[in-house]
Ligand binder design. Structure first.
Ligand code: SF4
Length: 259
């Protein structure tokens, strides 16, 4: 496939994909002012200068498949299955040749695997028929692929093509509301607020910083406020500590097959 690997992509200059929505309707306000928001993201950057998504993939096509498979499943569980699947098929042509039954066998440890196997085959076929076997670069085109919604398209646009987007998953939806950073009722509202308030210099990595903060520190059941580097800035009613943890830059994430 002529398209490059998702890793080491640089952000496209000045593009705010999805920012359009913010102007259409009145959105709830963030509880943080511009200086506080800049400080929060400066600390996230100091902790993880080059954050990566944790889904295993080898090119834009396998990234689309991996993100589509990750709905209601953990990245870890998806990676276990896709390591073998992508060794057999890392292009739409090879996936079609593999066939739905074998795809289903490879991903049967992932929730909703029957439906997802159907979608993987259908989206591979559509990529070949309508896009010359290449993953399209726009959200409007990407969401025409079976099993690909706005969130998947945002992840792929950011990780594969370097276009800053905000793919709101369960962690970002929770953080936006718990902290009052982006208090939206729906993922689309949270996305629009974040796209509006995050300064350009942080926007490309903001999605991964927020996901990783939600996954490892500001966890769903019990946030680990003693280990939180923004505990002094956080305005959540749920926080249990006001003293920020020291910022010690973490080593680069080592992901399966992405070393
Ligand atoms: S202080 Fe606690 S509630 Fe606030 S962001 Fe940190 S972990 Fe989450």
């Amino acid at each position: 496939m002529a398209q490059g690997s998702a890793k080491n992509r640089k952000p496209a200059a000045g593009t705010r994909a999805g920012g359009k929505q913010a102007g259409r309707k009145r959105l709830p306000r963030s509880r943080y002012n511009a200086a506080e928001i800049a400080e929060i993201f400066s600390r996230f950057r100091a902790l993880r200068p080059e954050p990566r998504g944790e889904l295993y993939h080898t090119n834009p096509y396998t990234l689309v498949v991996a993100v589509a498979l990750s709905a209601q499943a953990t990245d870890e569980g998806v990676n276990r299955a896709t390591k073998h699947l992508f060794a057999l098929a890392d292009t739409p042509e090879k996936m079609l040749a593999l066939g739905e039954e074998k795809v289903r066998d490879q991903i049967k440890t992932i929730g909703l695997f029957r439906n997802k196997a159907k979608n993987v085959i259908a989206l591979s076929r559509k990529l070949i028929e309508d896009f010359g076997g290449m993953v399209p670069r726009t959200r409007d085109e990407m969401v025409t692929l079976p099993g690909v919604g706005r969130k998947t398209a945002n992840v792929v646009m950011s990780m594969a093509f370097g276009i800053p987007t905000m793919a709101v998953d369960t962690h970002i939806l929770r953080l936006g509301n718990r902290l009052g950073l982006a208090p939206g009722k729906t993922p689309d509202e949270v996305e629009a607020i974040l796209m509006r308030i995050i300064p350009d210099e942080f926007l490309y990595h903001a999605h991964h910083w927020l996901i990783l903060h939600g996954r490892y520190t500001c966890k769903a059941r019990r946030p680990e406020c003693e280990a939180c580097i923004i505990a002094d800035l956080c305005k959540s009613k749920e926080k249990t500590c006001d003293v920020p943890a020291p910022i010690v830059a973490l080593p680069q994430q080592q992901l399966p097959g992405m070393e």
